[in-house]
Design a protein around this ligand. Structure first.
Ligand SMILES: Nc1ncnc2c1ncn2[C@@H]1O[C@H](COP(=O)(O)OP(=O)(O)OP(=O)(O)O)[C@@H](O)[C@H]1O
Length: 254
């Protein structure tokens, strides 16, 4: 079997003197859309940032396409949470998308024909090419999210890391993006996505990791129907109607 695009083994991370992740082992292969789910503060974003080499890890290993995070970074597209981007910066949609290729273009160098082609392809995939000249500060929340996805796609990444890509989006935009993520997996890319949309993740992801500092459970959605897994990972109240809402059977566990 080929090497997974992302392999994390026994990862431990400390931030501000506090253990944020421990004993995290996971992998994502090309062709998979994998969900990373867990409550607020579970360490999901920290795990994505560790994969990008942005966080110093205490112990464990991370391999991106078989390489260390710093060396593998050029094959990784990252979609941060929308509020993390400086939207008041006076640049166009196309410039933001081109900035996703800065690792290829080189700092201070001008984009070439291939860079513009990659940006156009990425914008077309999120149906935003017609707005390429618009200043990003004038976009709606859904349009901004699509630009961030295009920026990550402009790199033509083998691994795509998505941090809560559906937050605050209307249903058509969520569906557009979910269809795109499914297509990207179908093309052989590897996708790791954090989300608080548990029902959506159960329907759309090939596999899920339930994380709360460590991996509480992992598997295909059909293997995660024991309500105790969800109670342990999320602190659901036993018997909570929300368990039924996300389609977890046996919600009468008390
Ligand atoms: N720079 C930092 N310094 C100290 N602690 C941090 C730092 N960044 C995050 N943390 C802490 O690490 C823990 C995990 O945060 P993280 O953002 O990874 O969680 P998350 O699962 O992505 O949460 P959410 O669902 O709310 O986005 C939290 O307790 C958070 O307060």
């Amino acid at each position: 079997m080929s090497e997974p695009e992302l392999r994390v083994e026994d990862l431990a991370v400390e931030l501000g003197g506090r253990e944020v992740l421990r004993e995290v082992t996971l992998e994502v292969s090309g062709g998979e859309l994998v969900g990373l789910i867990g409550p607020n503060g579970a360490g999901k974003t920290t795990l994505l940032r560790s994969t990008l080499g942005l966080v110093r890890v205490r112990s464990g290993t991370i391999r991106v396409s078989g390489r260390t995070p710093n060396l593998g970074r050029r094959s990784v597209g990252y979609v941060p949470q929308r509020h993390e981007f400086a939207w008041d910066f006076p640049i166009s949609v196309e410039d933001v998308v081109l900035s996703g290729r800065v690792g290829v273009i080189g700092w201070g160098r001008r984009p070439g024909v291939e860079d513009f082609r990659a940006a156009r392809d990425a914008l077309e995939r999120v149906q935003m090419h017609h707005l390429r000249a618009r200043p990003v500060g004038q976009l709606s929340g859904g349009q901004r999210q699509r630009v961030l996805v295009a920026r990550a796609l402009a790199l033509r990444p083998r691994l795509l890391l998505l941090d809560e890509p559906f937050t605050g989006l209307d249903i058509p935009t969520q569906e557009l993006l979910m269809d795109l993520f499914t297509s990207l997996a179908g093309e052989g890319r590897a996708l790791l996505m954090t989300t608080h949309d548990l029902a959506g993740a159960l329907v759309s992801c090939d596999r899920l990791y339930l994380v709360n500092r460590s991996v509480v459970a992992a598997g295909r959605p059909e293997d995660l129907t024991d309500p105790r897994i969800w109670i342990d990972a999320f602190g659901f109240r036993p018997g909570s109607p929300l368990l039924t809402t996300i389609g977890v059977t046996g919600a009468d566990v008390r």
